[in-house]
Write a protein that binds this ligand. Structure first.
Ligand code: T1G
Length: 720
């Protein structure tokens, strides 16, 4: 086995190789890290290795593999590029990476690469520079260029090589959304040449290297056939493709994310002016993006979610109980959503229960719909679909709940009903079975009063729709045991959720910091603001939808319920606007999207315009109201103030959890980093001054909380 002396910081070399019968087998295994990444040091080892192989007359071809069990290469080392001090330095880093891969692409001996596990960013760009790609047909094998999700673009040739391999449209579809694909789809798109079971990856890759050593070269058919030729294959067609892509990108990013338009520019420029010019433009654009605040914020979110992935949720956490069977009580919208997600993500046995078999059947169908959707989008095979569907069962009794390590209730939002369910199921739950409530407003400690052993009662607050919303709030009650916490957190993570542990106080974290937001909508409408103005300001700030639209999505009846709990708990500063407010709409049967009418009209599942008659029902008149800038300030600073106040009370353990909760819970714009990072960017002094000005004009609901005042006094930040 040959190696290159590793850099001073590492003892073991990352790149090793052997030569056998003319084929050099190269293995990358960064022993110091759980995943392979391409750092400067690894790049140096690559360069030295390929130089040695180039000079080695025994070598006629190369087969490249990762030495990691489930990871190929996770890309360039993100830790390195966040330390970049200038656009020029970043551009240099990209150009160096391009140069290395140009060396691979032009290597005088053919290189076949065997891919198993995550092959992302610079890792896939390396594979694209190689001459033949074999990938394993395995769930762990994810292939793509996710760079725009970090606020940058693929800068080691990805914007040039991928569109040339799979066509401009398919390449842009991957790059502009930062998609990663399962190996089967990557094969269908032409991103890899062969799809094999993991057991024969080495054999097939070596065979390909031998074939190429003998002069064989892969003949890849033109991607996309005739349409591909019409649109991807000529400048006129491509001009149309780029124009449409530019339109979609601007619609999706609302101009808040510079990376996708820049990536489009890098792809278009390269296809117009050739590979070399394309690479130069790519490096230049990467340099500009890598030092932006947007990229820094998105990278902070990447590392924050990674830290949360490893956080058991409680200090000195006892090992979590592994859940093999999940019990679900209440097969309505939330219950069936949890059931379907549990089968699809965690592949556990799910037993549903509801008052009658009719409801159970409906719930089972709704849960199965999550699997249907994955089958339709080819995320699972027919065989996997059949196997997963078989994991779902239901009944109108608690039969089967005796083997459920975890049971989650999602019944009607009422304390007495939930306590009754707890008493019933407690009679059949296994010795160390955990009971979790999906309540969004009722204190867990209150629910647990109905339990013989409240240590095993916890809150698991999912967001709707469960299969799509990434956040899970885990809420320990006053007597919940550490093992119950670690069990709930671990299971939440198996569902693919980002889990934050929050305090058992009204509204928990997400509904708590959201509370001032809909409340302020009431005040703004009463002062003559229009629904359009309120929603458009929020979207321009970066929210996926406006607050009024969000109320219609959540359901006005649910919003009234949550608002009631918030006003009761925090009446000193959550002060509703005069008049009947949302209750009048609910009384008129307007529940939002689910009833076809709320603030907006919904037809055929689509949102139509504002329902003007809603103003009459609310007793308000949209006659101009506050200036747009003030609308936004009042919506945002109310939330920032509540987030700071709740953090001060320990509702979340740290600002990281708070910001991740806001971003994943209700779409606080990721490029702003979350309400607490946003407050840091504004500066506590300015936030306090703005709040004091608003309090003078609009009342105590804007009185800056003590936490913010202290930061303003000390000149400190939430993130030190
Ligand atoms: N750089 C640095 N550290 C990384 C890393 C990376 N690219 N990827 C993962 N890590 C760390 C991570 O922080 C964690 O650290 C540990 O590895 C295990 O990760 C030129 C410039 C690969 C799917 O965006 O999506 O290439 O917490 O817990 O759940 O165009 O990590 O243990 O200290 O997430 O199995 C583009 C990012 C880079 C992929 C594995 N690449 N990584 O998930 O493990 S930009 C990405 C992931 C680029 C080029 C550009 C996931 C994963 P710690 P983990 P996992």
């Amino acid at each position: 086995m040959s190696t290159i002396a590793p850099s001073s910081t590492r003892t073991a070399p990352a790149v090793t190789w052997d030569v056998d019968d003319g084929i050099a087998t190269v293995v990358l295994d960064l022993k110091s890290q759980p995943v392979n990444v391409i750092s400067r040091a690894v790049k140096d080892e690559f360069l030295a290795c390929f130089a040695a192989l180039g000079d080695d007359a025994r070598v006629r071809a190369v087969a490249f593999f990762s030495g990691k069990a489930d990871n190929f290469i996770a890309g360039a080392d993100i830790e390195e590029f966040v330390k970049l001090g200038s656009a020029a330095e970043a551009e240099r880093l990209a150009a160096d990476g391009q140069e290395m891969l140009e060396g691979v692409a032009r290597f005088p001996k053919p290189i076949a690469v065997g891919i198993h596990g995550a092959c992302l960013g610079g890792g896939f760009e390396f594979a694209l520079a190689c001459h033949y790609r074999v990938a394993t047909d395995h769930p762990k094998t994810q292939i793509g260029l996710p760079e725009v999700q970090l606020g940058i673009l693929p800068a080691a040739g990805g914007c040039q090589r991928l569109p040339r391999l799979v066509g401009a449209r398919a390449g842009l579809d991957m790059i502009l959304a930062g998609k990663t694909e399962r190996a089967a789809k990557a094969f269908r798109l032409g991103m890899v040449d062969e799809l094999v079971p993991p057991a024969i990856l080495a054999e097939i890759t070596l065979a390909a290297a031998r074939r190429m050593a003998g002069g064989w070269r892969p003949r890849r058919k033109r991607p996309g056939g005739f349409v591909g030729f019409l649109l991807d294959g000529n400048p006129l067609g491509r001009r149309l493709v780029f124009r449409m892509a530019r339109k979609q990108v601007l619609e999706r990013t609302a101009g808040n994310y510079p990376a996708p338009p820049a990536a489009l520019e890098a792809v278009a420029y390269g296809l117009r002016h050739g590979m070399a010019e394309g690479l130069r433009r790519e490096a230049q654009l990467f340099g500009q993006l890598a030092v932006t605040d947007v990229s820094r914020k998105l990278v902070q979110i990447f590392f924050a979610t990674n830290q949360l992935k490893k956080d058991p949720g409680v200090a000195n956490a006892p090992p979590a109980v592994r859940v093999h069977r999940l019990g679900i009580i209440g097969s309505g919208f939330m219950g069936s959503g949890i059931a379907g997600t549990a089968v699809a993500q965690a592949e556990v046995d799910v037993r549903m229960k509801d008052a009658d078999l009719g409801r159970v059947a409906q719930g089972t169908l709704a849960a199965r719909a999550i699997l249907d959707d994955r089958l339709k989008r080819r995320r699972i095979t027919k065989y996997e679909y059949a196997r997963l569907v078989a994991l779902l069962s239901g009944s109108d009794t608690y039969a089967g709940f005796g083997r459920a390590e975890l049971t989650i209730e999602a019944v009607f939002e009422d304390l007495a009903v939930k306590q009754e369910v707890l008493r019933e199921v407690a009679q059949v739950l296994p010795q160390d079975g955990v009971f979790a409530s999906n309540t969004s407003t009722i204190p867990i400690t209150r629910i647990a009063e109905a339990a013989h052993d409240p240590e095993r009662v916890i809150g698991m607050h999912f967001f709707s729709p469960v299969a799509k919303m990434p956040l899970l709030e885990v809420i320990p009650g006053a007597r919940t045991s550490p093992q119950t916490i670690s069990t709930a957190v671990a299971f939440g993570r198996r569902l693919g959720k980002t889990v934050i542990v929050v305090q058992d106080s009204p509204g928990f974290w997400v509904n708590r910091i959201l509370a001032p937001y809909p409340n302020e909508v009431g005040h703004l409408l009463a002062e003559g603001a229009s629904i359009e103005d309120i929603d458009s300001m929020a979207v321009r700030f970066g929210f996926p939808v406006g607050q009024v639209t969000l109320l219609d999505e959540v359901g006005l009846d649910v919003a009234v319920k949550v608002a009631g709990v918030m006003q009761e708990a925090y009446g000193d500063h959550i002060i509703p606007a005069p008049g009947s407010g949302l209750a009048a709409l609910v009384k008129a049967g307007r529940l939002g999207r689910k009833s076809g009418r709320g603030f907006y009209i919904y037809k055929g599942g689509k949102k139509r315009g504002v329902d003007e008659s809603v103003y009459g029902l609310l007793g308000v008149h949209p006659n101009g109201g506050p200036r747009p800038a003030e609308i936004l300030q009042r919506l945002l600073l109310g939330m920032v103030n509540e987030a700071a106040r709740a953090l001060g009370e320990g509702v979340v353990r740290n600002p990281r959890d708070g910001d991740i909760g806001a971003i994943f819970g209700f779409g606080f714009p990721p490029f702003r980093g979350g309400p607490l990072r946003y407050a840091d960017d504004l500066g506590a002094e300015r936030v306090v001054a703005d709040l004091e000005r608003l309090a003078e004009r609009h009342g105590v609901r804007f009185t800056p909380c003590e936490v913010l005042q202290e930061h303003a006094r000390q000149g400190t930040k939430f993130y030190s």
